[in-house]
Design a protein around this ligand. Structure first.
Ligand code: EPZ
Length: 418
């Protein structure tokens, strides 16, 4: 098992191109099942969740090759329609294969993807969407779906990212058009729409609450470049806020981070941005200010995935910041670890009150989920002394070489065997 040794106190300086988005490449990989020819994907991040998705595609009969950040999927030989429990549990978002399996095979046999560190992860909205498209769904000892989807209207009770993506992918194989109402508006939905249309689909409306999909799609093969990861960008910017310095990130649309950049601006940082880059400057001699309530919400609200890194950045500040986590039940598992570093944080259910302290100090801390791990690394860079961070398998799910990225920005970080 490896751990990260992080020595705080060095401002971050430099420029970095942000790697491809985990939450975009995962649904796009599942969507490759809908193509009738090889698909070449560029800017794919090398993550354990991506490795898990590739093993599912192979299990379903696809030929898959990965060379650096380029993945080629040839779905011509795809014939399977079952995903093993082990594979479903290997990655929370394995449920995203449900829609494309039904679209292509007219049948799907899965198990529940299993909860995760954030609390229960229900899939009732996914199954309701599939049922609304006329497929039969049985939940007797697993999830068993039969029937070619018909077009129609899918009304989502919540703007669920995954359920929106599953509905889009299932609708590609439906006879007739489908309208998805109360769709999630996250930028990754827009990337999925662009990918599908590049293969010949006709999907409209991503980014709004209503998405329409022309069915009966025989999608061609093609090539596509995955968008940059806005949450990795938010994490790196949080590290710069915590450590101080000047960081410029390219490969990400600043508009996808507007709520996070606004918080850092209110806290006293300088933020400059353009169509393809974001730059943040934080002078360590000027203390950060706490900001009014940060309430997570579906896009374009404040992203729940940025809550932990931003909290870590604001733990050492003047004043208080109140966080309200509206999306998940258990998304404060980084709080006890920040307290071990000297933070003053009180949580009550989905509310966390951060009373800024002058400075954090190094400690032995453990990541217990993906974004909490990114948060602890950010906090350690601004802390006095050395932090030893374990639980790196969580971090490797969503950050491609976090320590290398931070080293390139001048951080004193190294990964060693424990
Ligand atoms: C996606 O998860 C992301 N994962 C998550 O990122 C992100 O936190 C989340 O969207 C919200 O933005 C991927 O894209 C792979 P949801 P997803 O369905 O699709 C409830 C990360 O760190 N819900 O939008 O699972 C659910 O419990 C990960 O990169 C139901 O009740 O999220 C939650 O409260 C963590 N029933 C809310 O909706 C359902 O059937 C939003 O969940 C589905 C969801």
């Amino acid at each position: 098992m490896s751990v990260m040794y992080i020595r705080g106190g060095t401002p971050l300086e430099g420029e970095l191109a942000v790697h491809g988005a985990k939450n975009s490449v995962l649904p796009i990989l599942a969507a490759c099942l809908l193509a009738r020819g090889p698909v070449v994907l560029r800017n794919c991040p090398r993550l354990t969740d991506v490795t898990a998705a590739l093993s599912i595609l192979r299990r379903l009969g696809c030929r898959v090759e990965q060379a650096g950040n380029t993945i080629t999927v040839d779905p011509a030989g795809a014939s399977g329609c079952s995903i093993s429990e082990e594979q479903m549990r290997s990655m929370r978002s394995s449920i995203i294969f449900l829609g494309p399996l039904l679209a292509r095979m007219g049948e799907a046999h899965l198990t529940y993807p299993g909860g995760c560190e954030l609390g229960p992860r229900p899939i009732d909205l996914h199954l309701a969407a599939i049922r609304a498209m006329g497929c039969e769904v049985s939940e007797d000892r697993g999830i068993h779906c039969q029937g070619r989807p018909r077009g129609g209207e899918v009304q989502l009770a919540l703007p669920s990212v995954g359920a929106t993506e599953n509905a889009m992918l299932c609708a590609i194989g439906a006879q007739g058009p489908t309208t998805i109402v109360n769709a999630a508006r996250e930028p990754e939905i827009g990337d999925l729409q662009s990918f599908l249309n590049s293969l010949g689909a006709r999907v409209r409306g991503a980014g709004s609450s209503t998405i329409t999909v022309e069915g009966g799609g025989k999608l061609s093969g093609g090539e596509y470049t995955v968008m940059g990861d806005r949450i990795v960008a938010a994490t790196l910017l949080s590290a710069a806020v915590s450590a101080g310095g000047r960081v410029r990130l390219s490969g990400v649309d600043w508009r996808h981070l507007a709520t996070v950049l606004s918080v850092f601006h209110q806290a006293g940082c300088r933020v400059e941005s353009g169509p393809d880059h974001v730059e943040l400057i934080r002078d360590r001699d000027a203390p950060l200010k706490g900001v009014p309530t940060i309430r997570t919400a579906p896009y374009p609200g404040f992203p729940t995935d940025a809550q932990a890194p931003v909290m870590a950045a604001l733990a050492a500040s003047q004043g208080c910041t109140l966080f309200v986590e509206t999306m998940f039940d258990s998304r404060y598992r980084h709080v006890p670890e920040l307290i071990r570093m000297g933070a003053d944080i009180t949580t009550e259910g989905r509310v966390a009150l951060v009373r800024g302290v002058e400075e954090l100090h190094g400690a032995r801390v453990e990541a217990s989920d993906l974004r909490g791990g990114g948060a602890l690394a950010a906090a350690a860079l601004g802390a006095e002394g050395t932090t030893v961070l374990s639980g790196l398998h969580h971090i490797d799910r969503g950050y491609e070489g976090l320590e290398e990225m931070l080293q390139r920005l001048g951080a004193n970080v190294e990964r060693r065997e424990a």
